[in-house]
Ligand binder design. Structure first.
Ligand code: ZN
Length: 316
């Protein structure tokens, strides 16, 4: 009786996924992360059985970016941070790694399998806890199993709607992060990003040179004899996610490398404000992007970054 079996087929709609996102209880960001990971893994290799190892790998990549590169909090207080972020932070510290690719492959595997294990504890079980009444679960999971099982209809739905599901997951995730990271800019962009790609800032060398800048902003070494002059973001790029000219200075290679994505000592914020005033006076062209910033706004940004516990205060 084909009609009846058609009736039994689980049905999915994007509205149901939105309703699930709206009504879910949130004490962390695991639910949107799971939705996003499932969409990614399932579209890459559509299958009714999705291994937790693959989901764990996807989880690790996403949380690494948000935790280590963008320093976003995943819970209201650092002390209550989710297990996944805590484990990632530990590995980042152990290997002094800023990007996930800097972690040795064997340690990556170990971390990913630890995180797959965290999924088993209660993430999978809780995911559908607040699903709308008519919605079929996207997956089934048996306690202890290393795979989640999907119906053919669920696989087809996820593959067909991957982009829309990802947008819903990003929005859901960002909505929560906005509550717990009130002072962090560009949250949606940071959640959406696949990696920490950034634009080349070498093109700014000429602009800074035109302002007569020729010393390392931090150690004041004369850069005219150096073979490698670099452009540094005083307030870290990974905090602003932008390259406004008012934030850029020349730095020697060793200062740039040592500062990494740390905030500098506060005295450099005053120094930066001074440089910007001078650049304006000199009429340095190409203040690309946002207009030059007031000294008081620079300090407010600096304070905001410190308030979200961005690493600081570096000096050479
Ligand atoms: Zn230097």
């Amino acid at each position: 009786m084909p009609l009846q079996s058609e009736k039994m087929m689980p049905a999915y709609s994007l509205n149901d996924v939105v309703a699930l996102a709206r009504h879910a209880n949130m004490s962390s960001t695991y639910k949107p992360a799971l939705l996003k990971a499932l969409a990614a893994v399932c579209s890459r290799s559509p299958s009714r059985r999705v291994g937790l190892a693959a989901i764990g790998k996807e989880f690790t990549r996403m949380y690494w970016n948000q935790t280590v590169v963008f320093h976003l909090r995943q819970a209201a207080t650092i002390g209550k941070e989710p297990e996944v972020s805590r484990r990632i932070r530990r590995v980042a510290k152990q290997y002094q790694a800023r990007f996930y690719s800097e972690v040795p492959p064997s340690a990556q595997l170990a971390l990913e399998s630890e995180i797959a294990h965290v999924l088993k504890i209660d993430v999978l079980r809780r995911f559908h806890a607040s699903k709308p009444a008519g919605m079929s679960p996207l997956f089934d999971w048996e306690a202890g199993a290393d795979v989640v099982e999907l119906s053919d209809a669920a696989v087809a739905f996820i593959v067909e709607n991957r982009s829309a599901i990802e947008v819903i997951a990003n929005y859901w995730w960002a909505l929560y992060l906005e509550k717990v990271n009130v002072l962090a800019p560009a949250i949606i962009d940071k959640v959406r990003r696949e990696g920490a790609r950034r634009t080349r800032v070498r093109k700014f060398l000429a602009i800074l040179g035109a302002a007569g800048e020729s010393r390392c902003f931090y150690c004041e070494r004369d850069l005219r004899a150096e073979t490698e002059v670099q452009v540094d973001h005083v307030i870290p790029w990974s905090y602003l996610l932008a390259d406004p000219t008012w934030d850029l200075v020349l730095a020697c290679r060793s200062c740039n490398a040592a500062k990494s994505d740390w905030l500098p000592d506060r005295s450099y914020i005053d120094k930066l404000a001074g440089s910007n005033t001078l650049r304006e006076k000199l009429g340095v062209p190409a203040y690309s992007g946002p207009p030059p910033i007031e000294p008081s706004s620079l300090h407010r940004l600096y304070d905001a970054a410190l308030a979200v516990e961005w690493p600081g205060c570096w000096s050479p």
